[in-house]
Design a protein around this ligand. Structure first.
Ligand code: EPZ
Length: 432
């Protein structure tokens, strides 16, 4: 087992290349099982969630091979329908996209419910199941598995109004509807960039999906998808995380290979806090010299401020002058990480889905335990900005979603190294 050791307190300078978007990749890989013929996916991030989903596809009989470190070819022509076991599903929530994809391809699916919970609250899937049922699919949950079967062996198009804007439900319903008979209309759909990316991927393989990126998505079912090539968009949250690191530590870093428009909601907050952000082609030049100013942040579905950047912006606000309030309106208990920040000297009070942060002059290094992916990323930022040395354990959470985090941080002057930790130092934790 490995932990990260970080010596903080240094400004960051240099240039960073952002990887392909994790949350697009984890939807596109399951979608590839619906394609008959070889399908080449470029700009795949090298992260553990991707490895896990490719493993599930291999277990179902897909031919998966890497053409280079960021390009994978998936041929699902001879894929069989089969149970996706708990052992695989519990380690990655996105494994539930296998449901929509298998239903589309075979008309039935048997997938373990994803286990654990990243944030300490519940993560319901009622809207996914409501969507499936509307498509004529009978759904049973038994012994931790979702067993779903379409009447007549094929989902049939329908109109679905989501009660809550849900990324996962929008994606799962889009997948199930792609090879359905007739037209599906998803209203109150999520609009995140990775939803548009999935729709673009499916359309490039022969699907007929319109309106992705708006709150009404129309999917006209087609009979089959054919092979092709597709390149995944850059990761909005990885880019935002490094922008927040520069804000917290000071310095100047060019964040390259991004879609600046996707960053607007994050850029706007950082600018309010006194960070300078300049757009240069497909990169952002982020610098911070002066003090950080307080602000309030409310997380919202896209194009609002993303909940997946909430812990990272909290790390920056811990060092801003004055009192800031964060409201997470997407997840109501995503503040578990604040106990770790307090051990670094941060002044934070949490009340339900609100965190009130009184900025301090500096944080001090401490032993920290990552409790989920973005909490782990926020601890990295706090540790890089803090005086002294920090240790972060449970780094497997961070490696689920950040490619080569050590190499990237070092390339901009951060002092971080991975060390082997004796077992007894590492706490036992369940995967989210
Ligand atoms: C996706 O999770 C992301 N995961 C999450 O990112 C992200 O935090 C979340 O969207 C919100 O942006 C992936 O894309 C793999 P939701 P998802 O369904 O799809 C409620 C990260 O750090 N809800 O949009 O699970 C739910 O409780 C991860 O990369 C229902 O009530 O999120 C929440 O309050 C963590 N019923 C809200 O909707 C449902 O059936 C949004 O959830 C589904 C969701």
């Amino acid at each position: 087992m490995t932990k990260y050791m970080i010596e903080g307190g240094r400004p960051l300078f240099g240039e960073l290349h952002i990887s392909g978007a994790k949350n697009a990749a984890v939807a596109i890989i399951p979608a590839a099982l619906m394609v008959s013929g070889p399908c080449r996916i470029e700009n795949i991030p090298q992260i553990s969630d991707v490895a896990l989903l490719l493993g599930i596809l291999r277990d179902l009989g897909a031919n998966v091979r890497y053409l280079n470190p960021h390009t994978v070819e998936i041929d699902s022509t001879h894929l069989r329908n089969g149970r996706v076991p708990y052992e695989s599903a519990r380690r990655c929530r996105a494994s539930y996209y296998m449901l929509g994809a298998l239903l589309s391809r075979f008309g039935s699916a048997d997938v373990a419910l994803p286990g654990g919970c990243d944030f300490g609250g519940t993560r319901p899937i009622d809207q996914h199941l409501k969507g499936f049922r509307a498509l004529g699919i009978q759904v049973d949950t038994q012994s931790g598995f979702v067993m779903a079967e379409a009447a007549g062996g094929r989902p049939r198009g329908a109109s679905i109004f989501l009660d809550k804007v849900s990324v996962g439900a929008t994606i799962n319903i889009m997948l199930a509807a792609t090879l359905a008979s007739g037209m599906t209309v998803i209203e109150n759909a999520a609009k995140e960039p990775h939803i548009v990316d999935l729709a673009n991927f499916l359309n490039s393989m022969g699907a007929n999906i319109m309106g992705a990126g708006t709150d009404v998505i129309k999917v006209r079912g087609v009979d089959r998808l054919r092979g092709g090539s597709y390149s995944i968009i850059p990761d909005q949250i990885e880019a935002g995380t490094y922008m927040a690191a520069v804000a917290a530590c000071g310095g100047e870093v060019r964040i390259c290979n991004i879609i600046p428009k996707h960053m607007d909601c994050i850029t706007a907050k950082l600018v309010e806090m006194g960070v300078e952000v300049r757009e240069v082609d497909d990169s952002l030049l982020v610098s911070r010299i002066g003090p950080l100013h307080r602000t309030n942040v409310k997380t919202m579905p896209y194009p609002g401020f993303p909940t997946d950047m909430q812990p990272q912006i909290a790390a920056v606000l811990c060092l801003a002058q004055g009192t800031s309030v964060i409201t997470d309106s997407v997840w109501n208990s995503r503040f578990r990480y604040t106990d770790e920040f307090k051990r670094m000297g941060a002044q934070i009070q949490v009340d339900g889905n609100l965190a009130i942060i009184e900025g301090v002059e500096h944080l001090t290094g401490a032993q920290l335990e990552a409790c989920d992916l973005r909490a782990g990323a926020a601890m990295l930022i706090a540790a890089l900005a803090a005086h002294g040395i920090s240790e972060i354990t449970n780094i497997q959470y961070i490696e689920r979603g950040y490619e080569d985090v050590i190499g990237k941080i070092r390339s901009i002057g951060g002092h971080i190294r991975a060390v082997e930790a004796p077992e007894e130092e590492l706490s036992v934790s369940s995967a989210g």
